[in-house]
Design a protein around this ligand. Structure first.
Ligand code: SAH
Length: 555
């Protein structure tokens, strides 16, 4: 058997050989192929024995990931490289996304190893001193793949919450406004003299370090290879170092041999008044991150003490909220960005109706828009895939023009004939009732009920999972067709001449039994074949006469 391939996704750190991990070097040396952005491939070239090196342009990340997967699936050991850490705005997520698209799982697919590296936030911080000692975050200012309003929200949230912030991708030849706008937002919440460190090309030949302030940072050179570290409200400069204390300076008395507080004295309100009270769970509101909060354009949110509520008042309000009886309107303070998702559904003009109106066609065009797709299916439905954040609005519009909507996937769908456009319509109400009661319910596997209005069964109900044929004011029922494949066969007749009022209870019982007992993904005919009995109907082998060589796809 050919050797099994493997993908390493390697973060090689800031760019010099001393700050790359041993595991990263091992991975690079074991690899037969290295894939990465040109400049990065050049940076690590001397460490590598690979026979084949694929270097691509900055913007070809997806094709890099795809190429890596292709090579590994063909049996190669491949390293995909990122600077810093591959999981921080690097290649790790992309490689997984490409694999997921192909149905990869850890158990069945090629091996993947993500090798961690020192990210720019850490390498740049070490050069500046100790600026990220306290809660910190990274924000990429690149709006190529992220909407700017989301980035702005994150900058604002981080600014408001007094995080130390490492800004990645702060500026490039074409993206110059983002850093200006970020500074403007930050200045709403932080002092103009907040310490800021700029590190360009950390641990590389052209390393440059600048200590500046929030107000003046734009007067210095900031580029593609710069990380901008914004201090929090207690960060300070000392001897050309940027330092953020571990906590409030009042917490430690540095330089004294003995700490003023013994361990058991800490967290007590009289000693550390900013901490949460261990008995009541409350905290004082007048402790803000910045003792000068309120001095800037926007006061800190914590600066205004809220009127105190009694425990009973709080409990009553909470209970009212849970019960949904709250008279008080709660305004959420959450920073939320709705993620656009693809909404999928099936539409048809009706169970027994195959005519579309012009209005319906126009509504379809409108809701699907330029970005969505409509696909006509063999099940007399149109499948819609529409990117949206407001699926309710779409369903509303479709229902307004009289569409029948159904979910897609492993659900029950009803296919009826056109009842010769009305002549054989006595049974339509039964079809509609089945649709209403059972249509769209989720099942172990797709299940189609074929419903035909006369003995001609010209919509081939007997080739559906459950076939129902209306004949002489009664119903014939068939179950267990194998509708697809080379060994396809018709369903087995199980009832003849069923009284109309018995139809829906019978179908419901069959569906319930199947739903409760079938294995996931087991289609009705397979289930029938395995258990040999559904309700009191005994399985008969409808496929025994069919003899074909098995096909590779398992049919
Ligand atoms: N995966 C990388 C980040 C890639 S995004 C990591 O974990 O570090 C690219 C951004 O990272 C650059 O715009 C810059 O802000 C930052 N960066 C990467 N390497 C850097 C270095 N050596 N010095 C300073 N900043 C660096």
């Amino acid at each position: 058997m050919a050797q099994k391939g493997k993908i390493f996704v390697v973060g090689f750190g800031p760019g010099d050989f001393k700050h790359i991990t041993t595991r990263a070097v091992e991975a690079l040396q074991q690899s037969e192929m290295i894939i990465g952005y040109k400049t990065y491939v050049e940076l690590i070239q001397d460490l590598v024995s690979a026979k084949s090196i694929v270097s691509t342009g900055m913007t070809e990340e997806v094709s890099r990931a795809q190429e890596a997967v292709r090579q590994a699936e063909a049996g190669s050991i491949v390293s995909v490289i990122s600077s810093g850490d591959a999981g921080v705005y690097g290649m790790a997520g992309l490689v997984y996304e490409v694999l997921i698209e192909l149905g990869w799982t850890e158990a069945t697919g090629i091996e993947v190893e993500i090798v961690p590296g020192i990210s720019a936030i850490n390498s740049c911080a070490s050069i500046l001193g100790a600026p990220i000692m306290h809660d910190a975050c990274t924000i990429s200012l690149s709006d190529h793949l992220t909407p700017w309003n989301l980035i702005a929200k994150r900058v604002e949230a981080a600014a408001m919450a007094d995080f130390v912030i490492a800004l990645y991708n702060p500026k490039s030849g074409r993206r110059t406004r983002q850093i200006v706008e970020a500074q403007r937002i930050l200045l709403e919440y932080r002092s103009p003299d907040t310490p800021v460190g700029l590190v360009k090309s950390a641990y590389r030949e052209r390393q440059e370090v600048t200590m500046t302030t929030l107000a003046e940072m734009l007067e210095h050179d900031i580029g593609m290879l710069t990380t901008v570290i914004i201090g929090n409200s207690s960060t300070f400069f000392y001897d050309n170092k940027m330092i953020t204390p571990r906590g409030y300076q009042r917490k430690y008395t540095l330089g004294e041999e003995k700490q003023p507080l013994r361990p058991h004295q800490r967290l007590r309100e009289e000693n550390e008044p900013w901490a949460m009270n261990q008995e009541t769970g409350t905290a004082r509101n007048d402790f803000t991150a910045d003792p000068n909060a309120g001095r800037f354009n926007k006061p800190s949110i914590a600066a205004t003490p809220k009127p105190k509520k009694t425990a009973l008042e709080m409990a009553t309000a909470a209970l009212a909220m849970v019960k949904g009886t709250s008279a008080v309107k709660v305004t959420p303070k959450l920073v939320q960005q709705k993620i656009e998702s693809i909404f999928e559904l099936a539409v048809s003009p009706g169970v027994a109706n195959k005519f579309f109106t012009p209005q319906q066609m126009m509504t379809l065009a409108e809701v699907v828009g330029e970005e969505g797709t409509m696909e006509y299916t063999p099940d007399h439905q149109i499948h819609l895939k529409i990117p949206t954040t407001v699926p309710e609005q779409i369903t509303e519009k479709l229902q307004e023009v009289g569409f029948l909507l159904a979910p897609i996937g492993d659900v029950l769908s009803l296919k009826a004939c056109d009842f010769c456009y009305g002549e054989k319509a006595d049974s339509i109400p039964y079809a509609e009732e089945i649709q209403e009661k059972l249509g769209g319910i989720s099942l172990p596997k797709t299940l189609n009920i074929g419903f035909n209005g006369c003995g001609m069964a010209c919509y081939r109900a007997v080739f559906d999972d459950i076939g129902i044929v209306y004949r002489k004011s009664k119903f014939d029922v068939f179950i267990g067709a194998k509708p697809v494949g080379r060994t396809a066969h018709a369903a087995q007749p199980v009832v003849e001449g069923l009284e109309p009022e018995q139809l829906i209870p019978l179908i419901t019982d069959i569906i319930e039994e199947y739903k409760a007992n079938a294995h996931p993904n087991e289609r009705l005919f397979k289930y029938f074949k395995r258990v040999k009995k559904i309700l009191h109907f005994t399985y008969q082998d409808m496929s025994s006469k069919i003899k074909v060589e098995p096909a590779p796809c398992g049919d």
